[in-house]
Design a protein around this ligand. Structure first.
Ligand SMILES: [Zn+2]
Length: 475
């Protein structure tokens, strides 16, 4: 029997076969309009009062004038011209555009040519290293980054911080591409970048460490590093952290580290980081990603570590979707652990916490699309944000925005840009039961095309390697 092949859809954005369902409404193309019968998380709307709703949602009305929210408040709390075009959300939730503080735009979408062979962290590291050394030239990095950013933009994201693999000569390739992207995406997505490398090079290869710091500083980046690299904590950890903190302080850089991404209970470098921040009286912001091992700390150890984190103002970002993919994985064995940092307890202890997406379609996470709605939905299930009276709606990005020095993002305020996500969902239960594929995204008051880019656009990147193995990392 002969089957007729299905014709491929043309590449987006011209594609009439978009990957997203139609938006549930069309916002008027007029300069000014009014959104009525909307509900907003009170924790993302500083001007509104908590009305006692179980989800901490509160009714609101919004007037958009030009690019800005000109009026925002409880229904009927301000006068509105009777002839203003009106969007009736029928009690649907309105959110500010999202902020994603921990991603890897340079790794995104390499899965079809660099699959993780067994789903483990070691499998991920090996697959990424081989791919990076043979294929990560500027054009390749640029094209995948842009694709990822178009996905994030269509999903409703306003700001992203990415880590950039920075070993060998990769930093000199990826940071300039990133700087280009930051410029090209200005006004749509605010971008920040942090260098990613084994922190031990601060001692083992000082010339490389200094050269990397130069690149980071030149591109307005953030100093990163991985502080845990295996089954046991490096005996050099304190000396390495001293070098990192000294370098960051001398150059006025923030720190954003990959920390204890393991279910080994004795891999807690997090406490050493808090100690170093206190020892150096570090003034810059410090963010630690993952911190999986902390979930296995004894009650006593946890209390001590959380106390130090709060005192040093070291913030924690959990990456629950990637943790669920990589942690506690062994062949033919069902995982017993979730591998996520204990956010409830950290929050209670006064530590600033946030959630983010991390890797997308690369060996560290086979899935994902930089959709913060997915991250919030999954984080709620994995971390049990529900059945809790804490303001977890801030995890959509408000907490991340504050950490990134962008405090006006991911909240709705009169006088600020009309950067909003409109949904049909009336409660968090409705919001999280469906992917909200018909959401409406407003950027500067205008409805954007939420068609997702087509994976077929990237097919040409999955042909043969562009460099000899080993050249990129060692040259
Ligand atoms: Zn990461």
């Amino acid at each position: 029997m002969t089957l007729t092949p299905v014709p491929h859809a043309p590449a987006s954005p011209a594609s009439p076969h978009g990957n997203r369902a139609r938006s549930f409404l069309t916002v008027p193309a007029t300069a000014a309009y009014r959104i009525i019968n909307a509900r907003v998380p009170v924790d993302l709307a500083p001007a509104l009062q908590d009305t006692g709703d179980a989800d901490r949602l509160t009714p609101c009305e919004i007037v958009v004038d030009g690019t800005k929210v000109s009026m925002f408040g409880a229904p009927g709390s301000f006068p509105v011209a009777a002839d203003l075009p009106t969007v009736d959300l029928s009690d649907g939730i309105v959110l500010p555009r999202f902020v994603d503080v921990h991603t890897h735009l340079d790794k995104g979408h390499i899965w079809p040519r660099a699959a993780n062979p067994d789903g483990t962290p070691d499998g991920a590291r090996g697959a990424v290293m081989a791919d990076r050394e043979t294929r990560w030239v500027a054009d390749d990095v640029r094209e995948r980054m842009d694709f990822s950013l178009r996905c994030a933009y269509a999903h409703g994201t306003a700001a992203i911080r990415t880590h950039l693999d920075s070993l060998g000569r990769q930093a000199a390739i990826s940071f300039p591409v990133f700087a280009e992207m930051r410029e090209a995406w200005k006004g749509r997505i605010a971008l920040q970048a942090s260098a990613l490398f084994p922190a031990d090079i601060a001692i083992d290869d000082e010339p490389q460490f200094r050269a990397l710091a130069d690149i980071v500083e030149r591109h307005g980046g953030i100093m990163g590093g991985v502080t845990y690299m295996g089954e046991k904590l490096s005996p050099k950890i304190d000396a390495v952290l001293d070098k990192l903190f000294e370098m960051a302080a001398a150059r006025g850089l923030e720190l954003d580290l990959h920390v204890d991404e393991s279910c080994a209970p004795d891999a807690v470098s997090l406490e050493r980081i808090a100690d170093a921040a206190l020892r150096h009286k570090f003034k810059g912001r410090v963010l630690c990603g993952h911190c999986c091992s902390l979930a296995l700390a004894s009650e006593e150890d946890f209390k001590r570590i959380a106390g130090k984190l709060a005192e040093a103002d070291v913030a924690i970002v959990s990456l629950p979707m990637v943790n669920m993919y990589l942690q506690d994985r062994k062949a033919m064995r069902t995982p017993r652990l979730r591998g996520v940092a204990p956010l409830h307890e950290l929050d209670t202890a006064g530590v600033r916490v946030m959630v983010s997406s991390d890797n997308t379609r690369d060996p560290f996470h086979a899935y994902g699309d930089l959709d913060m709605m997915e991250v919030f939905r999954e984080a709620t299930r994995i971390l049990h944000f529900d059945h809790s009276d804490r303001p977890w709606a801030r995890m959509f990005g408000a907490a991340s925005a504050e950490h990134m020095g962008l405090p006006k993002l991911c909240r709705i305020t009169a006088g600020e840009p009309a950067d909003l996500v409109l949904t049909r969902a009336r409660s968090f239960q409705e919001l999280m039961s469906r992917p909200q594929s018909d959401r409406v995204v407003l950027v500067n008051g205008k409805q954007i095309d939420t068609t997702l880019p087509d994976y077929r656009e990237l097919d040409h990147l999955y042909a043969k390697p562009v460099l000899e193995a080993g050249r990129a990392a060692t040259a």
